[in-house]
Ligand binder design. Structure first.
Ligand code: FES
Length: 140
């Protein structure tokens, strides 16, 4: 093999490895995009999230697929928030005793307002607009 040919082979290997490096970054980014619960795709307006009988008065439900928490602090008054904790972006766990718990690191959020009642999260859960039609609760 001539000196020029050796240089060509080394250059080719470098290009292949650079390409693999870029592919690895793309795969890693794709793996992060879904977060804990899968896709980060937002639920479309008009989608039925749940039904009113699934949301207890004085409690709530965490809808894992939609990544939405629906609560009912007082009878007939439904609220909805993102289920993605503002601390590290993981899904919150459950609604209990007037708060939405994030079991990952212990943050708690008021189930009527989404405001932080206990850290480490420092930002409230964002409100999700909903519409109640009959017994269905839809994303607005
Ligand atoms: S992700 Fe919720 S408390 Fe850390």
């Amino acid at each position: 093999m001539t000196v020029d040919r050796v240089a060509d082979v080394r250059a080719s290997r470098r290009i292949v490895f650079q390409g693999l490096g870029a592919l690895g970054v793309a795969v890693a980014l794709a793996g992060c995009a879904g977060g804990e619960g899968g896709s980060d795709k937002e639920v479309a307006a008009g989608t039925v999230l749940t039904t009113t009988d699934q949301v207890p008065v004085g409690g709530g439900v965490v809808l894992v697929d939609a990544k939405v928490v629906v609560t009912q602090p007082t009878e007939g008054d439904f609220k909805a928030f993102t289920a993605i904790c503002t601390h590290q972006g993981l899904l919150v766990g459950e609604v209990e005793n007037g708060v939405i718990h994030c079991d990952n690191h212990g943050s708690e959020f008021d189930y009527a307002t989404g405001q932080v009642t206990q850290g480490p999260a420092s930002q409230p859960l964002a409100t999700v607009d909903i519409e109640v039609k009959g017994d269905k609760i839809l994303k607005a």
